[in-house]
Design a protein around this ligand. Structure first.
Ligand code: SAM
Length: 286
């Protein structure tokens, strides 16, 4: 048994083999960038070529069962930033955040920027976004993607987000935390995840989460997400940190079609399957 199998068995018991069966290669999925393109027009163009299928919970999300990533990335739609290749699960956190025009939004760990661009698109590029990323190379990728996707109202900063000064306050914060990636395992990207690695991730997640809660306005919304299905990185961390910081969960509503793992009430843990990677999303206020 691999170290990851043992961790999954500890968290999910008899459900663990079903999770591992969902560690599959998936079809290409993408988000249509409404800052640059009309969703119906892009859908029609891609449907003819790749039998594109729409996703019930997000009009801008498409599944392309007959497409290859390489071929798509050579299209004008891709080069012009009218589409962004993104997993379905990773489109969930910005939707749960519900960014609106005029709101101050902090994206704490932003590169390569799929969710920053989605936040901008959801607000019609009218949210005031601050995007932090500490890794220099990934930060360059973030800037490239923001430019290509036509996002204007964003201040991108290459810096450790745990160093943000405590006097800042934001209406909304996305903490799409660095994690073990246990939800994104596939046959071609096998896991190198063990207990010690998960503990290191949890230590960083806890620091970032505490900082996020300090920077959130009273009554504001924080979305915490990971591409991990391990409880230590998700609900166990929240259960330990939220009460001590005077914060609480708000139920994540909707997304009935998304396959789910059992998780703390009000949170959304995505069961990996042929279409979705494993993911966790929680909505928090204080
Ligand atoms: N939200 C991104 C997106 O949708 O494209 C993916 C974020 S990825 C899960 C986590 C990112 O956090 C990595 O790019 C990593 O370099 C960055 N990171 C890790 N620790 C950080 C810190 N202390 N401050 C800022 N960024 C950090």
């Amino acid at each position: 048994m691999s170290a990851l199998s043992a961790l999954l068995a500890r968290d999910y018991g008899s459900l663990a083999p079903r999770i591992e069966a969902g560690f599959a290669e998936r079809p290409v999925t993408l988000r249509i960038n409404t800052l640059k393109a009309d969703a119906d027009e892009v859908f029609s163009a891609l449907q003819k070529r790749y039998s594109a299928v729409r996703v019930p919970w997000y009009a801008e999300a498409l599944v392309l069962p007959e497409a290859e990533e390489q071929e798509l990335s050579e299209t004008a739609l891709y080069r012009e930033g009218k589409i962004y290749l993104q997993s379905l699960s990773s489109m969930l956190p910005p939707l749960v955040l519900e960014p609106k025009a005029g709101e101050s939004v902090l994206d704490m760990t932003a590169a390569p920027g799929g969710k920053t661009c989605e936040i901008a698109a959801l607000s019609g590029d009218k949210a005031l976004i601050t995007a932090y990323e500490r890794d220099k190379i990934r930060f360059e990728r973030l800037k490239f993607n923001l430019e290509r996707q036509g996002v204007r109202r964003v201040t991108a900063i290459c810096r450790d987000a745990t160093q943000l000064e405590d006097f800042y306050r934001f209406d909304k914060i996305l903490l799409d935390a660095p994690c073990s990636g246990s939800g994104t395992v596939t046959p071609s990207a096998p896991a190198r995840i063990d207990g010690a690695y998960v503990e290191r991730c949890v230590r960083l997640q806890e620091k970032l989460l505490k900082k996020a809660l300090r920077l959130l306005k009273i009554g504001g919304t924080l979305v915490y997400s990971t591409c991990s299905v391990l409880k230590a990185e998700n609900e166990e961390l929240l259960r330990r940190v939220l009460p001590a910081e005077g914060a609480r969960l708000i139920p994540v509503e909707g997304f009935a079609e998304v396959p789910r793992l059992p998780s703390a009430e009000g949170t959304l843990a995505v069961l990996p399957d042929a279409l979705y990677e494993g993911f966790f999303v929680a909505k928090i206020t204080k």
